[in-house]
Design a protein around this ligand. Structure first.
Ligand SMILES: [Zn+2]
Length: 382
Protein backbone atom coordinates (compact mmCIF):
# COMPACT_ATOMS: atom_id res chain seq x y z
CA UNK A 1 0.00 0.00 0.00
CA UNK A 2 1.38 3.34 -1.06
CA UNK A 3 0.59 6.33 1.08
CA UNK A 4 -0.27 9.36 -0.99
CA UNK A 5 0.25 12.75 0.58
CA UNK A 6 -1.58 16.01 0.00
CA UNK A 7 0.37 18.21 -2.41
CA UNK A 8 -0.05 21.23 -0.17
CA UNK A 9 0.26 19.89 3.40
CA UNK A 10 1.73 16.59 4.64
CA UNK A 11 -1.45 14.63 5.39
CA UNK A 12 -1.66 11.12 3.91
CA UNK A 13 -4.74 9.66 2.22
CA UNK A 14 -5.14 7.15 5.06
CA UNK A 15 -6.79 9.77 7.27
CA UNK A 16 -10.40 8.64 7.65
CA UNK A 17 -12.95 10.81 5.81
CA UNK A 18 -10.29 12.97 4.17
CA UNK A 19 -10.81 13.59 0.48
CA UNK A 20 -8.45 14.85 -2.20
CA UNK A 21 -9.36 16.90 -5.28
CA UNK A 22 -8.04 16.24 -8.82
CA UNK A 23 -4.90 18.25 -8.05
CA UNK A 24 -4.14 16.06 -5.04
CA UNK A 25 -5.00 18.70 -2.44
CA UNK A 26 -6.86 17.55 0.68
CA UNK A 27 -10.14 19.09 1.74
CA UNK A 28 -8.65 20.45 4.98
CA UNK A 29 -6.33 22.60 2.85
CA UNK A 30 -9.28 23.59 0.70
CA UNK A 31 -11.29 24.67 3.71
CA UNK A 32 -8.26 26.59 4.99
CA UNK A 33 -8.28 28.44 1.65
CA UNK A 34 -12.00 29.09 2.01
CA UNK A 35 -11.34 30.66 5.40
CA UNK A 36 -9.57 33.47 3.54
CA UNK A 37 -12.76 34.28 1.63
CA UNK A 38 -15.13 34.25 4.59
CA UNK A 39 -16.53 37.61 5.68
CA UNK A 40 -15.37 37.38 9.29
CA UNK A 41 -16.89 40.73 10.20
CA UNK A 42 -20.35 39.46 9.42
CA UNK A 43 -19.61 36.16 11.18
CA UNK A 44 -18.65 38.18 14.26
CA UNK A 45 -21.99 39.98 14.07
CA UNK A 46 -23.75 36.62 13.81
CA UNK A 47 -21.95 35.54 16.97
CA UNK A 48 -22.97 38.68 18.79
CA UNK A 49 -26.59 38.08 17.77
CA UNK A 50 -26.39 34.54 19.19
CA UNK A 51 -25.00 35.84 22.49
CA UNK A 52 -27.72 38.47 22.68
CA UNK A 53 -30.39 35.88 22.05
CA UNK A 54 -29.20 33.42 24.67
CA UNK A 55 -27.69 35.48 27.49
CA UNK A 56 -29.59 35.57 30.77
CA UNK A 57 -31.37 38.93 30.46
CA UNK A 58 -32.44 39.13 34.11
CA UNK A 59 -29.14 37.61 35.32
CA UNK A 60 -30.84 34.78 37.18
CA UNK A 61 -28.72 32.19 35.41
CA UNK A 62 -25.37 31.81 33.67
CA UNK A 63 -25.22 33.15 30.12
CA UNK A 64 -23.70 30.06 28.54
CA UNK A 65 -21.69 26.91 29.15
CA UNK A 66 -18.06 26.61 28.09
CA UNK A 67 -16.71 23.06 28.03
CA UNK A 68 -13.12 23.35 29.24
CA UNK A 69 -10.09 21.16 29.76
CA UNK A 70 -7.74 23.89 30.89
CA UNK A 71 -6.00 23.60 27.53
CA UNK A 72 -5.25 26.44 25.15
CA UNK A 73 -8.59 26.31 23.34
CA UNK A 74 -10.75 26.38 26.42
CA UNK A 75 -8.69 29.18 27.95
CA UNK A 76 -9.17 31.15 24.72
CA UNK A 77 -12.92 30.42 24.62
CA UNK A 78 -13.24 31.64 28.20
CA UNK A 79 -11.14 34.71 27.42
CA UNK A 80 -13.38 35.66 24.48
CA UNK A 81 -16.66 35.11 26.29
CA UNK A 82 -15.65 36.64 29.61
CA UNK A 83 -13.05 39.25 28.82
CA UNK A 84 -14.17 40.45 25.39
CA UNK A 85 -17.94 40.06 25.69
CA UNK A 86 -18.29 40.42 29.45
CA UNK A 87 -20.65 37.46 29.79
CA UNK A 88 -20.93 35.17 32.78
CA UNK A 89 -20.20 31.65 31.55
CA UNK A 90 -20.29 28.44 33.57
CA UNK A 91 -17.19 26.47 32.63
CA UNK A 92 -17.50 22.69 32.79
CA UNK A 93 -14.41 20.52 32.98
CA UNK A 94 -14.53 16.77 32.59
CA UNK A 95 -11.62 15.42 34.61
CA UNK A 96 -8.77 14.22 32.33
CA UNK A 97 -7.74 10.56 32.28
CA UNK A 98 -4.45 11.02 34.11
CA UNK A 99 -3.98 14.71 34.78
CA UNK A 100 -0.54 16.29 34.67
CA UNK A 101 0.54 18.97 37.14
CA UNK A 102 0.71 21.46 34.27
CA UNK A 103 -2.89 20.58 33.37
CA UNK A 104 -3.95 21.23 36.94
CA UNK A 105 -2.15 24.57 36.94
CA UNK A 106 -3.95 25.64 33.76
CA UNK A 107 -7.40 24.61 34.95
CA UNK A 108 -6.78 26.51 38.19
CA UNK A 109 -5.74 29.49 36.10
CA UNK A 110 -9.10 29.48 34.29
CA UNK A 111 -10.92 30.45 37.44
CA UNK A 112 -8.67 33.48 37.65
CA UNK A 113 -10.24 34.81 34.47
CA UNK A 114 -13.20 35.46 36.74
CA UNK A 115 -15.45 32.49 36.07
CA UNK A 116 -17.02 29.60 37.95
CA UNK A 117 -15.82 26.13 36.97
CA UNK A 118 -17.58 22.83 37.57
CA UNK A 119 -14.88 20.18 37.73
CA UNK A 120 -16.58 16.86 37.07
CA UNK A 121 -14.60 14.23 38.94
CA UNK A 122 -15.40 10.91 37.35
CA UNK A 123 -16.02 7.58 39.04
CA UNK A 124 -12.46 6.31 38.66
CA UNK A 125 -13.23 2.59 38.52
CA UNK A 126 -15.89 2.87 35.83
CA UNK A 127 -13.72 5.20 33.79
CA UNK A 128 -10.67 2.97 34.05
CA UNK A 129 -12.66 -0.03 32.82
CA UNK A 130 -13.59 1.98 29.74
CA UNK A 131 -10.01 3.12 29.16
CA UNK A 132 -8.87 -0.51 29.10
CA UNK A 133 -11.84 -1.68 27.03
CA UNK A 134 -11.44 1.22 24.59
CA UNK A 135 -7.79 0.32 24.20
CA UNK A 136 -8.48 -3.35 23.55
CA UNK A 137 -11.62 -2.95 21.47
CA UNK A 138 -10.95 0.04 19.23
CA UNK A 139 -7.31 0.83 19.97
CA UNK A 140 -7.99 4.07 21.82
CA UNK A 141 -7.21 4.55 25.50
CA UNK A 142 -8.81 8.01 25.40
CA UNK A 143 -12.18 6.70 24.22
CA UNK A 144 -14.10 7.56 27.43
CA UNK A 145 -12.46 10.98 27.44
CA UNK A 146 -13.75 11.75 23.93
CA UNK A 147 -17.22 10.86 25.20
CA UNK A 148 -17.13 12.61 28.57
CA UNK A 149 -15.83 15.93 27.28
CA UNK A 150 -18.89 16.09 24.98
CA UNK A 151 -21.63 14.59 27.12
CA UNK A 152 -20.92 16.06 30.57
CA UNK A 153 -21.22 19.73 29.51
CA UNK A 154 -24.45 18.95 27.63
CA UNK A 155 -25.85 17.20 30.70
CA UNK A 156 -24.94 20.27 32.79
CA UNK A 157 -26.60 22.48 30.18
CA UNK A 158 -29.82 20.48 30.52
CA UNK A 159 -29.74 20.26 34.34
CA UNK A 160 -28.94 23.96 34.84
CA UNK A 161 -31.20 25.12 32.04
CA UNK A 162 -28.40 26.97 30.23
CA UNK A 163 -29.10 26.48 26.51
CA UNK A 164 -26.02 27.94 24.83
CA UNK A 165 -22.88 25.78 24.79
CA UNK A 166 -19.79 27.38 23.24
CA UNK A 167 -17.20 24.93 21.89
CA UNK A 168 -13.83 25.92 20.45
CA UNK A 169 -12.53 24.85 17.08
CA UNK A 170 -14.41 22.57 14.76
CA UNK A 171 -11.84 19.78 14.52
CA UNK A 172 -13.29 18.71 11.18
CA UNK A 173 -12.51 22.16 9.84
CA UNK A 174 -9.07 22.51 11.38
CA UNK A 175 -7.79 18.99 10.80
CA UNK A 176 -9.80 17.93 7.77
CA UNK A 177 -12.93 15.93 7.37
CA UNK A 178 -16.07 15.76 5.31
CA UNK A 179 -17.26 19.13 4.04
CA UNK A 180 -20.64 18.43 5.60
CA UNK A 181 -19.00 18.30 9.03
CA UNK A 182 -16.52 21.12 8.50
CA UNK A 183 -19.06 23.70 7.39
CA UNK A 184 -21.31 23.17 10.36
CA UNK A 185 -21.67 25.81 13.02
CA UNK A 186 -23.36 23.50 15.50
CA UNK A 187 -22.21 20.52 17.49
CA UNK A 188 -25.02 18.10 18.21
CA UNK A 189 -25.56 14.43 18.86
CA UNK A 190 -25.03 13.55 15.22
CA UNK A 191 -21.72 15.42 15.06
CA UNK A 192 -20.55 13.64 18.19
CA UNK A 193 -21.52 10.21 16.94
CA UNK A 194 -20.08 10.69 13.47
CA UNK A 195 -17.07 12.89 14.03
CA UNK A 196 -16.34 12.87 17.75
CA UNK A 197 -13.78 10.07 17.56
CA UNK A 198 -15.89 7.25 19.01
CA UNK A 199 -14.59 4.86 16.32
CA UNK A 200 -17.92 3.14 15.93
CA UNK A 201 -18.06 2.14 19.57
CA UNK A 202 -21.22 3.59 21.10
CA UNK A 203 -21.66 4.40 24.77
CA UNK A 204 -24.24 1.65 25.21
CA UNK A 205 -21.69 -0.83 23.86
CA UNK A 206 -19.86 -0.39 27.18
CA UNK A 207 -22.83 -1.79 29.13
CA UNK A 208 -21.86 -4.94 31.05
CA UNK A 209 -18.15 -4.52 30.35
CA UNK A 210 -16.58 -5.66 33.64
CA UNK A 211 -19.99 -5.11 35.24
CA UNK A 212 -20.59 -1.55 33.99
CA UNK A 213 -24.25 -0.61 34.57
CA UNK A 214 -26.57 1.90 32.93
CA UNK A 215 -26.24 4.11 36.02
CA UNK A 216 -22.47 4.02 35.67
CA UNK A 217 -22.90 5.39 32.16
CA UNK A 218 -25.14 8.32 33.13
CA UNK A 219 -22.49 11.05 32.67
CA UNK A 220 -21.53 9.55 29.31
CA UNK A 221 -25.10 9.38 28.07
CA UNK A 222 -26.26 12.19 25.79
CA UNK A 223 -29.53 13.73 27.02
CA UNK A 224 -32.73 12.66 25.25
CA UNK A 225 -34.12 14.77 22.43
CA UNK A 226 -37.01 15.68 24.71
CA UNK A 227 -34.65 17.08 27.35
CA UNK A 228 -32.61 18.95 24.75
CA UNK A 229 -35.75 20.48 23.28
CA UNK A 230 -37.09 21.46 26.69
CA UNK A 231 -34.01 23.59 27.38
CA UNK A 232 -33.40 24.47 23.73
CA UNK A 233 -29.76 23.37 23.85
CA UNK A 234 -27.62 24.86 21.12
CA UNK A 235 -23.94 23.98 20.77
CA UNK A 236 -21.86 26.28 18.57
CA UNK A 237 -18.23 26.33 17.46
CA UNK A 238 -16.35 29.54 18.15
CA UNK A 239 -14.21 28.55 15.16
CA UNK A 240 -17.21 29.11 12.90
CA UNK A 241 -17.46 32.76 13.91
CA UNK A 242 -13.81 33.71 14.34
CA UNK A 243 -10.84 32.79 12.18
CA UNK A 244 -9.09 30.11 14.20
CA UNK A 245 -5.34 30.48 14.62
CA UNK A 246 -3.93 28.52 17.54
CA UNK A 247 -0.55 30.25 17.64
CA UNK A 248 -2.01 33.76 17.63
CA UNK A 249 -4.48 32.76 20.36
CA UNK A 250 -1.68 31.28 22.40
CA UNK A 251 0.11 34.63 22.61
CA UNK A 252 -3.07 36.22 23.99
CA UNK A 253 -3.82 33.60 26.63
CA UNK A 254 -0.21 33.44 27.82
CA UNK A 255 -0.76 37.03 28.94
CA UNK A 256 -3.67 35.70 30.98
CA UNK A 257 -1.72 33.11 32.91
CA UNK A 258 -1.78 30.12 30.57
CA UNK A 259 1.38 28.00 30.92
CA UNK A 260 3.05 25.96 28.18
CA UNK A 261 5.47 23.07 28.63
CA UNK A 262 8.77 24.89 29.11
CA UNK A 263 11.12 21.92 28.97
CA UNK A 264 10.55 20.90 25.34
CA UNK A 265 7.78 19.60 23.09
CA UNK A 266 4.94 17.32 24.12
CA UNK A 267 5.69 13.67 23.35
CA UNK A 268 4.75 12.74 19.78
CA UNK A 269 4.97 16.21 18.29
CA UNK A 270 7.13 19.35 18.09
CA UNK A 271 4.83 21.84 19.81
CA UNK A 272 4.67 22.63 23.51
CA UNK A 273 1.21 24.18 23.87
CA UNK A 274 -1.28 21.40 23.32
CA UNK A 275 -2.38 18.22 25.12
CA UNK A 276 -0.62 19.43 28.23
CA UNK A 277 -3.16 18.02 30.64
CA UNK A 278 -3.17 14.29 29.81
CA UNK A 279 -0.20 12.14 30.80
CA UNK A 280 -1.35 9.28 28.54
CA UNK A 281 -2.46 11.12 25.41
CA UNK A 282 0.69 10.24 23.46
CA UNK A 283 -0.46 6.60 23.55
CA UNK A 284 -3.67 7.69 21.80
CA UNK A 285 -1.61 9.62 19.24
CA UNK A 286 0.74 6.67 18.71
CA UNK A 287 -2.20 4.34 18.10
CA UNK A 288 -3.40 6.73 15.42
CA UNK A 289 0.07 6.55 13.91
CA UNK A 290 0.17 2.75 13.78
CA UNK A 291 -3.35 2.58 12.32
CA UNK A 292 -3.03 5.28 9.67
CA UNK A 293 0.66 6.13 9.32
CA UNK A 294 0.49 9.65 10.70
CA UNK A 295 0.66 11.12 14.19
CA UNK A 296 0.22 14.39 16.04
CA UNK A 297 3.29 16.01 14.49
CA UNK A 298 1.59 15.61 11.09
CA UNK A 299 -1.55 17.32 12.40
CA UNK A 300 0.49 20.22 13.73
CA UNK A 301 2.70 20.52 10.65
CA UNK A 302 -0.39 20.61 8.42
CA UNK A 303 -1.87 23.46 10.43
CA UNK A 304 1.41 25.39 10.46
CA UNK A 305 1.72 24.91 6.68
CA UNK A 306 -1.87 26.03 6.04
CA UNK A 307 -1.35 29.07 8.24
CA UNK A 308 1.84 29.76 6.24
CA UNK A 309 4.11 29.56 9.27
CA UNK A 310 6.35 26.83 7.85
CA UNK A 311 7.13 25.46 4.40
CA UNK A 312 6.02 21.99 3.32
CA UNK A 313 9.69 20.97 3.33
CA UNK A 314 10.08 22.04 6.95
CA UNK A 315 6.83 20.23 7.76
CA UNK A 316 8.22 17.01 6.30
CA UNK A 317 11.37 17.36 8.36
CA UNK A 318 9.37 17.80 11.58
CA UNK A 319 7.10 14.86 10.76
CA UNK A 320 10.10 12.60 10.15
CA UNK A 321 11.68 13.65 13.39
CA UNK A 322 8.66 13.48 15.70
CA UNK A 323 5.89 11.29 14.26
CA UNK A 324 5.67 7.68 15.38
CA UNK A 325 8.42 7.74 17.97
CA UNK A 326 7.55 5.10 20.55
CA UNK A 327 5.70 6.98 23.36
CA UNK A 328 7.79 6.03 26.39
CA UNK A 329 6.37 8.70 28.68
CA UNK A 330 2.77 7.91 27.75
CA UNK A 331 3.24 4.16 28.11
CA UNK A 332 4.91 4.54 31.51
CA UNK A 333 1.98 6.65 32.67
CA UNK A 334 -0.58 4.27 31.18
CA UNK A 335 1.02 1.35 33.01
CA UNK A 336 0.90 3.36 36.20
CA UNK A 337 -2.72 4.37 35.62
CA UNK A 338 -4.25 1.16 34.26
CA UNK A 339 -2.15 -1.60 35.77
CA UNK A 340 -1.70 -3.13 32.32
CA UNK A 341 1.76 -4.52 31.59
CA UNK A 342 4.07 -3.08 28.95
CA UNK A 343 3.87 -6.43 27.15
CA UNK A 344 0.11 -6.18 26.87
CA UNK A 345 0.19 -2.54 25.75
CA UNK A 346 2.84 -3.39 23.12
CA UNK A 347 0.79 -6.30 21.85
CA UNK A 348 -2.23 -3.99 21.50
CA UNK A 349 -0.03 -1.60 19.48
CA UNK A 350 0.97 -4.51 17.22
CA UNK A 351 -2.59 -5.71 16.88
CA UNK A 352 -3.73 -2.30 15.61
CA UNK A 353 -0.70 -1.69 13.38
CA UNK A 354 -1.51 -1.58 9.68
CA UNK A 355 1.01 -4.03 8.19
CA UNK A 356 0.41 -2.62 4.72
CA UNK A 357 1.89 0.67 5.89
CA UNK A 358 4.81 -0.66 7.98
CA UNK A 359 7.64 -3.06 7.17
CA UNK A 360 7.27 -6.71 8.19
CA UNK A 361 9.77 -9.57 7.85
CA UNK A 362 9.18 -12.78 5.89
CA UNK A 363 7.22 -14.18 8.85
CA UNK A 364 4.91 -11.17 8.91
CA UNK A 365 6.49 -9.81 12.10
CA UNK A 366 6.81 -6.02 12.35
CA UNK A 367 10.35 -4.75 11.86
CA UNK A 368 11.72 -1.99 14.09
CA UNK A 369 14.76 0.25 13.79
CA UNK A 370 17.57 0.46 16.35
CA UNK A 371 15.51 2.87 18.47
CA UNK A 372 12.56 0.48 18.52
CA UNK A 373 10.41 2.47 16.09
CA UNK A 374 8.33 1.08 13.21
CA UNK A 375 9.54 1.65 9.66
CA UNK A 376 7.19 2.86 6.95
CA UNK A 377 7.09 0.88 3.71
CA UNK A 378 7.36 4.08 1.75
CA UNK A 379 7.99 7.62 2.73
CA UNK A 380 7.32 8.92 -0.72
CA UNK A 381 5.89 12.22 0.35
CA UNK A 382 7.99 14.82 -1.41
ZN1 LIG B 1 -3.66 19.22 2.62
Amino acid sequence: MKLTYCKNCVMPNTKPDLFFDEEGVCDACQSAERKEEIDWTSRKKEFEAVLEKYRSKDKTNYDCIIPVSGGKDSTYQTYVVKKIYGLNPLCVCFEPTHQTSLGKKNIDNLGRLGVDVIFFKKNPEVYKKMVIEGLRRVGDNEWPNHVGIFTVPINVSVRYGIPLVIWGENSQLEYGGPKAAADREVLDRRWLEEFGGLLGNRVEDMLNVEGITREDLLPYTYPSQQELDRVGVRGIFLGYYFKWDARAQLEIIKKHGFSVKEDGPVEGTYTNYENLDEATVSVHDYLKFVKYGFGRATDHACIDIRNKRISRKEGLRLVRQYDGVYPKYGVTNLIDYSGLSKTEIDSIFDQFTNKQIFKVDTHGILVRDAAGNLIKNNYDNE
